[in-house]
Design a protein around this ligand. Sequence first.
Ligand code: ADP
Ligand code: MG
Ligand code: MG
Length: 251
Amino acid sequence: MLEVKNLHASVEGVRILKGINFTVNPGEIHAIMGPNGSGKSTFAKVLAGHPAYTVTKGDILYKGESIVEEEPEDRARQGIFLAFQYPVEVPGVTNSAFLRQSYNSVVEARGGERMDPLEFDDFVREKLKVVDMPAAKLDRSVNVGFSGGEKKRNEILQMAVLDPSLALLDETDSGLDIDALRTVANGINTLHREDNAVVLVTHYQRLLNYITPDFVHVMVNGQIVKSGTKELALELEERGYDWIINESKAS
Ligand code: ADP
Ligand code: MG
Ligand code: MG
């Protein structure tokens, strides 16, 4: 699904990612943890093709082909989805229109049929159940006036509509109360299948009480310094990040 080889990336001339190796197979859930500022969001955005970031070295293979030169919308059409840490508001564009256009663009690239507004309305109403969102949110401008939790649910609604092969979820758990966290986690679990993969970027272990990752990686200073299983996340919860930072400095 995804093979990242010795990836280096910069933003505004500052080196952020310093040699990341990372492999994801279909059916897997990976958690990327690490202290603030370690480069987790940068990594997710570089994978999705965010134009502000420059890959200076290394390669990203998706389904066996290099995508480093590809535009973010082409990556999206091929099934890569990024849920933002800070979802953007889009005044003047209704949520339903936005979701339908995104859906049609992606489904067309897969050789499927576009949906007209009526068909899409039935389709998206089913998807609302995944995140327990009221239909009224469809007629509102994208994320405008949404609470933090509603924005995060809306990201997972986008994921439900687009049905990505590779979902990159950046701190989808942050700012959620326990009920919203459960709802969002259930949504992600519902959408996870043996033929897709999920990469969860998270600062806290909390989300991993609800979603069981196959692998946990720790990013420090633009590198993955340790990988393990769910137990590693529990250890981080207990001991914090300092010991791992010290360990990575020593090696
Ligand atoms: P994390 O998600 O792990 O908290 P980020 O990827 O957001 O970390 O940030 C990693 C580092 O890159 C930080 O030092 C941050 O200040 C820097 N950085 C991120 N985005 C930009 C940007 N657009 N311009 C300048 N520096 C940035
Ligand atoms: Mg699995
Ligand atoms: Mg971040």
